[in-house]
Design a protein. Sequence first.
Length: 415
Amino acid sequence: MNNSAAKKEPSIMVGGFVLGGAMIGAGMFSLPTIMAGAWFINSVVILLIVCFFMFHSGIYILECISKYGSGTNYFFISKELLPKWACYIANIALIFVLYILIYAYISAAGSVIKEAAAIYGYSINLRLIFILFTLILGASIWWSGIGASRLTSLFLFIKIILFVLAFSGLFLIVKTDLLLTSPVEGGQASLLPFVFIIIPYAITSFGYHGNVCSLYKLYHENERKVVKSCIIGCVLALVLYFLWILGTMGNLPRPEFLTIINKGGNLDAFIESLYAVLNSKNIATFLLWFSISAVFCSFLGVAIGLFDYILASLNFKDNPSGRMKSALLCFLPPLILCMLFPNGFLIAIAYAGMAACIWAIICPAVMALKVRERFPDSRFKVWGGKGLIYAVIAFGVVGIICQLLAQFNLLPIYR
Ligand SMILES: N[C@@H](Cc1ccccc1)C(=O)O
């Protein structure tokens, strides 16, 4: 690569923020509620483990695309490297994750906007918010992809500022004894059975894998820079999630989470509890607006991905009527689901995690095995050899098993 091309590449911080922006979304709002069972120390350990595996599965995708050039995408490499049946499963899992996330975002947006309105003394019908939210953001994507991307950057910017404002206050009042002493008799060990339920939710929260291909293009096929951006993105999310559970568990005692869980575990119940406990109304208000901007930002990011996928794969024309067909297919199913089941936020995040185990963890690791057979002397190879690849696959299988057990009520859940 010549110097002038290298100079045009954006700094690794840009890539890190793009990935961090994709990662930090609605998934994080499920974390404190779902982690209340295992409480603080156990949850931090799980966050570290999940972050480690999600980072590596992401760079396995990079290893695979690096053999086919920057024009390729996930669909292409899965077609090349997986048997046909597995390729279908991987792509179905990917589309499922995008749809279920859009559902989760609409549900979360409804709950948080309703809560915001209630705080300012208005009562708005939840289903009306679902429709307006989807209509307005959906229309902006239909109108122009570039415009919607700019809107995403704007919300990302607002999200970061509000995060700093809300959290700097939240930490000042953290009660460390709430965090570090075990909330039950028998110490931390008696909380261990509650760690398994966290895994699918943490997997969703560390999902960013759809953005690896575009980053590879952005950095003109410079793998090292993409890896460094992935490290920055993962560390950013890890630190933020750590601060998030520190701020919430350090202010709300464990039994308070039961009230939130019993109200469905959506954002409104959560913010309501923080409002009741926090002395500072300012902090709670920043938190409220932070949540709104985070949900808007994630919705746009995921919806643009699904919209473009539908437009390209069904060969719709990139004109107003073609884009309208794509928009209807993209937004109508999750909106209808939301109207029927308005409170499925937590379940949706868990299922997104389970499907992400397939397309973002197991399949990339299997593809990396295959690509090493096919290109034995390639210049870029993820460290850790086959051992790490098998460990990543095993982790993906554990994630799926956890969610299946939870579905059949076979996992201990704090409720
Ligand atoms: N990490 C995102 C969701 C996501 C999952 C998988 C891939 C991409 C995005 C969130 O927390 O909202």
